[in-house]
Design a protein around this ligand. Structure first.
Ligand code: FE2
Length: 82
């Protein structure tokens, strides 16, 4: 995931994507949330709360980032000169 995000961000910089900072912020936020959940489960063990939070985070990521933000990036990159 981290490698994928870095590659996606590198493409945005290469093609001067106007929404680069906002897109990168969403990647950062997602990583922070996953790291937080990982840290909590390491310290306290896995609880129902963590399963629900993880599912919620992944669902929102799919619906809001992959299905919208990444799609917009894909359209931009397809239209960008090589
Ligand atoms: Fe992305």
């Amino acid at each position: 995931m981290r490698i994928h995000f870095k590659q996606e961000e590198a493409l945005q910089l290469l093609h001067h994507y106007p929404a680069y900072e906002a897109h990168r912020s969403e990647h950062q936020y997602f990583i922070e949330q996953l790291d937080k959940l990982k840290s909590e489960t390491k310290t306290h063990g896995v609880s129902t709360h963590h399963v629900v939070e993880t599912n919620d985070l992944l669902l929102k990521w799919l619906l809001n980032h992959i299905s919208k933000v990444d799609i917009e990036l894909g359209k931009f990159l397809k239209a960008a000169p090589p």
